[in-house]
Design a protein around this ligand. Structure first.
Ligand SMILES: *Cc1c(COP(=O)(O)O)cnc(C)c1O
Length: 495
């Protein structure tokens, strides 16, 4: 199977090339030229399989240049029970109430859904390097506003032929997020804070990528720079697995019969997670509606309802920060798949970069509305949902999951659709202790990691071990840099 660019469908790549390159030279994203359909009987077979085996069978359909043995080894490492994930199910489905299930994607080492993809990506990337004949060591550079940096550090830690360096804004991440990063273990990792905000860190990293002098210098030392961002095909593909896995679990638990369509409601930022759900449906998974949930940064709600994408609007900092995004990069893949036209996508993306806005054709809008519903809610509404669901069902959610839960309730009220629905839960409530405590009525917080025990006592739930043990971890990284000196940090790191 070949991969093409959403902006130039005449370009053809192998999966390994697409994963190594990340982004196509024309600025487009890599897509499979045709979507595989699950062969008859595959779903039935997967019901009896564990998560790792499900991952192998599903990913193999997209990765012809990888062997089944290879993928099985990657899955056993990436999703290892005990070492990496704290539940054998890896991505368990939790029954909350009649008709509503929650798919928990935060049982990995950093307690957020990014682990589902970033545990697998390093294996796919290093194998792809071998397959393309690259002998240099990959140095992964990441600018992070919090979650991605830590998940990437954990994913790449001690993976051969890779080094990883993460920049975070000095005053732009929470105490716990910072502690998670500066205590990172591993011999091939580096962490550095940047004086400035997230944009400063990101701009700095982009400049490093376009610095040709540095690139030549690093090549002589045996390094090349690479990124782990969410548009890489190697991050999207592992996410298809948990949609299919959740369906298998629901059949296994007799919540549905094989063949029954279900809904998924997804807390959305960059559109990577929900796009994987659409791919699962394209492959033949019985899915009724995909519901795209946003916070006050509701650019996607407007787009799905009107066909107009317009980023010219105020940016809000919310209690669900991983969804505070005005440009959802992965949407481009949906536009290509449903329009089938690289020229059309090129036009939209040109317009987006020139004016911050584009309007899709009536046909494309109809196609999108045929698959997706959308809604958004405020921080207050999400907090009310956390309190209500905890009070009535005894189930504690984080702020991102609560946005999706709230939007699902709105959707049901509006449409009367009572199809069984799965809410994707993207973070442990313990990653956002202050907002969750506030939602359940607490007004004063203990400092530092004390807030973790405070949430445990208040809700009589248990914090995940990786967060609970943070207080005892040694700080390994204290470097601070001005944004103008980030290149020097890279040079020192790669001596
Ligand atoms: C990244 C993230 C999201 C958004 O996922 P996208 O794939 O960017 O749409 C939602 N919730 C949490 C906790 C995240 O870390």
């Amino acid at each position: 199977m070949k991969y093409l660019s959403t902006r130039d469908a005449t370009l053809r790549f192998d999966a390994a090339q697409a994963i190594v390159q990340g982004l196509s030279r024309d600025g487009g994203l890599f897509m499979p030229e045709a979507f595989p359909v699950m062969p008859a009987g595959m779903l039935e077979e997967l019901i009896r399989a564990d998560y790792q085996t499900r991952a192998v069978r599903i990913m193999k359909l997209f990765l012809e240049d990888f062997s089944e043995e290879e993928l099985a080894y990657f899955a056993s490492k990436a999703y290892a029970f005990g070492e990496k994930f704290d539940t054998e199910a890896v991505a368990p489905v939790h029954h909350v109430t009649e008709g509503t299930e929650v798919l928990e994607l935060w049982h990995g080492p950093t307690c957020a859904f990014k682990d589902m993809a970033l545990q697998m990506l390093p294996w796919l990337l290093t194998a792809s390097l071998r397959k393309t004949g690259e002998e240099k060591t990959a140095c992964i550079l990441v600018a992070t506003s919090g979650d991605t940096g830590k998940a990437a550090l954990e994913g790449f830690r001690d993976v051969d032929h890779t080094k990883i360096l993460v920049f975070y804004p000095k005053d732009g991440v929470s105490d716990i997020q910072k502690l998670q990063m500066v205590t990172q273990q591993g011999d091939n990792v580096g962490v550095c804070s940047v004086v400035g905000n997230f944009d400063d860190a990101q701009t700095g990293v982009k400049q490093i990528f376009s610095d040709e002098v540095l690139r030549d210098e690093l090549a002589k030392k045996g390094y090349f720079l690479s990124s782990a961002n969410s548009i890489n095909w190697g991050r999207v593909l592992p996410q298809v697995v948990y949609y299919i896995s959740a369906y298998c679990d629901l059949v296994q638990d007799n919540r549905i019969q094989m063949g029954d369509p279900i809904n998924f409601c997804v807390p959305t930022g960059n559109f990577g997670d929900i796009l994987a759900g659409f791919y699962a449906k394209t492959m033949g998974l019985p899915v009724n509606r995909l519901i795209c949930a946003s916070n006050s940064n509701n650019v996607l709600t407007d787009f799905i309802e009107t066909g107009i994408y317009d980023r010219n609007r105020p940016f809000y900092t919310t209690a669900s920060p991983s969804m505070d995004i005005l440009i959802s990069s992965n949407l481009e893949r949906l536009l290509y798949q449903l329009s089938g036209s690289d020229a059309e996508v090129r036009g939209y993306m040109d317009s987006l970069s020139r004016t911050g806005r584009y309007e899709v054709t009536a046909q494309l809008k109809d196609k999108i509305q045929g698959q997706f519903s959308a809604g958004w809610c405020s921080d207050e509404a999400a907090a009310d949902t956390i309190a209500k669901v905890f009070g009535c069902e005894g189930y504690l959610m984080d702020t991102h999951t609560a946005v999706a839960y709230t939007v699902l309730e709105q959707y049901r009220e509006k449409t009367g659709d009572d199809t069984l629905s799965v809410v994707l839960s993207t973070a442990s409530p313990y990653k956002f202790c202050a907002s969750v405590l506030e939602a359940v009525g607490v007004k004063e917080f203990r400092p530092g990691t004390g807030i973790i025990a405070q949430l445990e006592e208040k809700t009589r739930t248990a914090a995940p071990v990786p967060l609970k043990s943070l207080a005892d971890k040694q700080v390994r990284f204290t470097q601070v840099t001005e944004k103008t000196a980030m290149t020097d940090v890279v040079r020192e790191f790669l001596i």
